[in-house]
Design a protein around this ligand. Structure first.
Ligand code: FMN
Length: 200
Protein backbone atom coordinates (compact mmCIF):
# COMPACT_ATOMS: atom_id res chain seq x y z
CA UNK A 1 0.00 0.00 0.00
CA UNK A 2 1.28 3.45 -0.92
CA UNK A 3 0.57 6.69 0.90
CA UNK A 4 -0.20 9.56 -1.46
CA UNK A 5 -0.16 13.25 -0.52
CA UNK A 6 -2.36 15.51 -2.69
CA UNK A 7 -1.00 19.05 -2.22
CA UNK A 8 -3.35 21.79 -3.46
CA UNK A 9 -2.33 25.44 -3.80
CA UNK A 10 -4.98 27.75 -5.20
CA UNK A 11 -7.22 30.25 -3.41
CA UNK A 12 -9.81 30.16 -6.20
CA UNK A 13 -13.03 28.34 -5.23
CA UNK A 14 -12.75 24.63 -5.97
CA UNK A 15 -15.58 24.58 -8.53
CA UNK A 16 -14.08 27.45 -10.57
CA UNK A 17 -10.51 26.17 -10.75
CA UNK A 18 -9.49 24.61 -14.05
CA UNK A 19 -6.36 23.24 -12.34
CA UNK A 20 -8.41 21.40 -9.70
CA UNK A 21 -10.79 20.08 -12.38
CA UNK A 22 -7.82 18.27 -13.91
CA UNK A 23 -6.12 17.28 -10.65
CA UNK A 24 -9.37 16.02 -9.08
CA UNK A 25 -9.94 13.86 -12.19
CA UNK A 26 -6.42 12.48 -11.74
CA UNK A 27 -7.05 11.71 -8.05
CA UNK A 28 -10.43 10.05 -8.74
CA UNK A 29 -8.88 7.87 -11.46
CA UNK A 30 -5.92 7.09 -9.21
CA UNK A 31 -8.25 5.87 -6.44
CA UNK A 32 -10.08 3.63 -8.92
CA UNK A 33 -6.86 2.06 -10.18
CA UNK A 34 -5.22 1.83 -6.73
CA UNK A 35 -8.06 1.15 -4.27
CA UNK A 36 -5.65 -0.15 -1.65
CA UNK A 37 -3.70 3.13 -1.44
CA UNK A 38 -4.32 5.95 1.02
CA UNK A 39 -4.75 9.44 -0.47
CA UNK A 40 -4.52 12.38 1.94
CA UNK A 41 -5.45 15.89 0.75
CA UNK A 42 -3.40 18.86 1.95
CA UNK A 43 -5.15 22.06 0.87
CA UNK A 44 -2.50 24.64 1.74
CA UNK A 45 -5.06 27.46 2.09
CA UNK A 46 -6.74 25.46 4.87
CA UNK A 47 -3.44 24.75 6.60
CA UNK A 48 -1.38 26.74 9.05
CA UNK A 49 1.20 27.83 6.48
CA UNK A 50 3.03 31.11 7.06
CA UNK A 51 6.45 32.62 6.46
CA UNK A 52 9.44 31.12 8.27
CA UNK A 53 9.71 32.63 11.74
CA UNK A 54 12.86 33.33 13.77
CA UNK A 55 12.34 30.00 15.55
CA UNK A 56 11.89 28.15 12.22
CA UNK A 57 15.17 29.55 10.88
CA UNK A 58 17.10 28.79 14.08
CA UNK A 59 16.09 25.10 14.06
CA UNK A 60 16.51 24.81 10.29
CA UNK A 61 20.17 23.86 10.21
CA UNK A 62 20.37 21.73 13.35
CA UNK A 63 21.91 18.41 12.42
CA UNK A 64 19.53 16.01 14.14
CA UNK A 65 15.81 15.63 13.70
CA UNK A 66 15.04 14.37 17.22
CA UNK A 67 14.58 17.48 19.33
CA UNK A 68 13.37 19.97 16.78
CA UNK A 69 9.85 21.28 17.24
CA UNK A 70 8.20 23.81 14.95
CA UNK A 71 5.27 23.90 12.58
CA UNK A 72 7.73 23.73 9.68
CA UNK A 73 9.37 20.58 11.03
CA UNK A 74 5.94 19.00 11.55
CA UNK A 75 5.11 19.54 7.85
CA UNK A 76 8.53 18.21 6.79
CA UNK A 77 8.04 15.02 8.79
CA UNK A 78 4.56 14.60 7.31
CA UNK A 79 5.96 15.05 3.77
CA UNK A 80 8.71 12.49 4.40
CA UNK A 81 6.18 9.90 5.57
CA UNK A 82 4.46 9.70 2.16
CA UNK A 83 5.48 7.69 -0.91
CA UNK A 84 3.91 9.71 -3.73
CA UNK A 85 2.99 13.35 -4.22
CA UNK A 86 0.38 15.05 -6.41
CA UNK A 87 0.87 18.81 -6.69
CA UNK A 88 -1.89 21.02 -8.13
CA UNK A 89 -1.43 24.75 -8.66
CA UNK A 90 -1.88 27.43 -11.34
CA UNK A 91 1.02 29.50 -12.63
CA UNK A 92 0.99 32.86 -10.86
CA UNK A 93 3.30 35.65 -11.99
CA UNK A 94 5.67 33.20 -13.64
CA UNK A 95 6.03 31.11 -10.49
CA UNK A 96 4.14 28.99 -8.00
CA UNK A 97 1.56 30.64 -5.71
CA UNK A 98 3.47 32.13 -2.74
CA UNK A 99 1.82 29.72 -0.32
CA UNK A 100 3.41 26.79 -2.16
CA UNK A 101 6.84 28.46 -1.92
CA UNK A 102 6.16 28.92 1.81
CA UNK A 103 5.29 25.21 2.03
CA UNK A 104 8.61 24.29 0.39
CA UNK A 105 10.35 26.55 2.94
CA UNK A 106 8.64 24.46 5.64
CA UNK A 107 9.48 21.03 4.26
CA UNK A 108 13.11 21.75 3.29
CA UNK A 109 14.59 20.56 6.58
CA UNK A 110 18.03 19.16 7.32
CA UNK A 111 17.95 15.50 8.41
CA UNK A 112 14.34 15.14 7.24
CA UNK A 113 14.09 15.82 3.51
CA UNK A 114 17.81 16.36 2.82
CA UNK A 115 21.16 16.28 4.60
CA UNK A 116 24.55 17.88 4.12
CA UNK A 117 27.59 15.80 3.22
CA UNK A 118 31.26 16.57 2.45
CA UNK A 119 30.32 16.48 -1.23
CA UNK A 120 27.22 18.65 -0.91
CA UNK A 121 23.54 18.16 -0.06
CA UNK A 122 21.94 14.72 -0.41
CA UNK A 123 18.20 14.16 -0.80
CA UNK A 124 16.56 11.90 1.77
CA UNK A 125 13.38 11.17 -0.22
CA UNK A 126 14.84 8.82 -2.81
CA UNK A 127 12.57 6.24 -4.43
CA UNK A 128 9.47 8.39 -4.10
CA UNK A 129 7.56 9.81 -7.06
CA UNK A 130 5.63 12.96 -7.92
CA UNK A 131 3.34 14.49 -10.50
CA UNK A 132 2.61 18.18 -10.92
CA UNK A 133 -0.70 19.28 -12.42
CA UNK A 134 -0.77 22.91 -13.46
CA UNK A 135 -2.51 25.38 -15.75
CA UNK A 136 -1.38 28.63 -17.32
CA UNK A 137 -3.16 31.59 -18.88
CA UNK A 138 -0.39 31.97 -21.48
CA UNK A 139 2.08 29.62 -23.12
CA UNK A 140 5.27 29.57 -21.10
CA UNK A 141 6.21 26.10 -22.23
CA UNK A 142 7.03 27.30 -25.73
CA UNK A 143 10.61 28.04 -26.79
CA UNK A 144 11.66 31.55 -25.73
CA UNK A 145 9.01 31.64 -23.03
CA UNK A 146 10.31 28.49 -21.31
CA UNK A 147 13.04 30.44 -19.53
CA UNK A 148 10.40 32.68 -17.95
CA UNK A 149 8.56 29.79 -16.34
CA UNK A 150 9.50 29.25 -12.69
CA UNK A 151 6.47 27.26 -11.58
CA UNK A 152 6.83 23.67 -12.72
CA UNK A 153 10.61 24.08 -13.07
CA UNK A 154 10.84 25.20 -9.42
CA UNK A 155 8.82 22.24 -8.09
CA UNK A 156 10.85 19.80 -10.17
CA UNK A 157 14.14 21.30 -8.96
CA UNK A 158 13.10 21.21 -5.29
CA UNK A 159 11.93 17.59 -5.53
CA UNK A 160 15.16 16.60 -7.28
CA UNK A 161 16.98 18.30 -4.37
CA UNK A 162 15.05 15.99 -2.00
CA UNK A 163 16.16 13.02 -4.14
CA UNK A 164 12.87 12.55 -6.02
CA UNK A 165 13.77 11.84 -9.64
CA UNK A 166 10.53 10.20 -10.82
CA UNK A 167 8.68 13.36 -11.80
CA UNK A 168 5.98 14.11 -14.35
CA UNK A 169 3.94 17.17 -15.24
CA UNK A 170 0.52 17.68 -16.82
CA UNK A 171 0.18 21.26 -18.03
CA UNK A 172 -2.80 22.92 -19.71
CA UNK A 173 -1.77 26.25 -21.20
CA UNK A 174 -3.24 29.21 -23.13
CA UNK A 175 -6.40 29.10 -21.00
CA UNK A 176 -6.71 32.90 -20.90
CA UNK A 177 -5.91 33.56 -24.54
CA UNK A 178 -8.94 34.92 -26.33
CA UNK A 179 -10.30 32.57 -28.97
CA UNK A 180 -8.85 29.40 -27.49
CA UNK A 181 -11.17 26.43 -26.96
CA UNK A 182 -10.59 26.28 -23.21
CA UNK A 183 -12.99 23.40 -22.63
CA UNK A 184 -11.20 21.28 -25.25
CA UNK A 185 -7.77 22.06 -23.75
CA UNK A 186 -8.93 21.18 -20.22
CA UNK A 187 -10.68 18.01 -21.41
CA UNK A 188 -7.53 16.90 -23.23
CA UNK A 189 -5.54 17.39 -20.02
CA UNK A 190 -8.18 15.43 -18.08
CA UNK A 191 -7.82 12.51 -20.48
CA UNK A 192 -4.02 12.66 -20.10
CA UNK A 193 -4.47 12.76 -16.31
CA UNK A 194 -6.76 9.71 -16.27
CA UNK A 195 -4.27 7.78 -18.41
CA UNK A 196 -1.27 8.71 -16.25
CA UNK A 197 -3.18 7.82 -13.08
CA UNK A 198 -3.06 4.16 -14.11
CA UNK A 199 0.71 3.90 -13.91
CA UNK A 200 1.44 6.53 -11.23
C1 FMN B 1 -2.47 36.14 -9.59
C2 FMN B 1 -2.39 35.51 -10.95
C3 FMN B 1 -1.20 35.51 -11.64
C4 FMN B 1 -1.11 34.90 -12.90
N1 FMN B 1 0.10 34.88 -13.56
C5 FMN B 1 0.19 34.22 -14.74
C6 FMN B 1 1.44 34.14 -15.43
O1 FMN B 1 2.46 34.63 -14.99
N2 FMN B 1 1.48 33.49 -16.60
C7 FMN B 1 0.37 32.89 -17.15
O2 FMN B 1 0.48 32.29 -18.22
N3 FMN B 1 -0.82 32.95 -16.51
C8 FMN B 1 -0.93 33.59 -15.34
N4 FMN B 1 -2.13 33.63 -14.67
C9 FMN B 1 -3.27 32.92 -15.26
C10 FMN B 1 -3.50 31.56 -14.59
O3 FMN B 1 -2.31 30.79 -14.57
C11 FMN B 1 -4.56 30.78 -15.35
O4 FMN B 1 -5.75 31.53 -15.45
C12 FMN B 1 -4.84 29.46 -14.68
O5 FMN B 1 -5.54 28.62 -15.58
C13 FMN B 1 -5.66 29.64 -13.42
O6 FMN B 1 -5.95 28.36 -12.91
P1 FMN B 1 -7.26 28.08 -12.04
O7 FMN B 1 -8.48 28.21 -12.96
O8 FMN B 1 -7.09 26.71 -11.52
O9 FMN B 1 -7.28 29.11 -10.95
C14 FMN B 1 -2.25 34.26 -13.45
C15 FMN B 1 -3.47 34.29 -12.74
C16 FMN B 1 -3.52 34.90 -11.51
C17 FMN B 1 -4.84 34.89 -10.76
Amino acid sequence: MSKVLYIKANSKPEELSRTFKISNAFVEAYKQFHPEDEVVTLDLYRENIGFLTEKDVLVHSEATDDSRQSIAVKYARQFRDFDKYIFAEPLWNLGVPAILKAYFDYISQVSITFKYSPTGPIGLCRGKKAINITTQGGAHSEDAATAQEHGNSYIKTMLNFFGIEDYKCISASKLDIIGMDVEAIVNKAIEEAKELAKSF
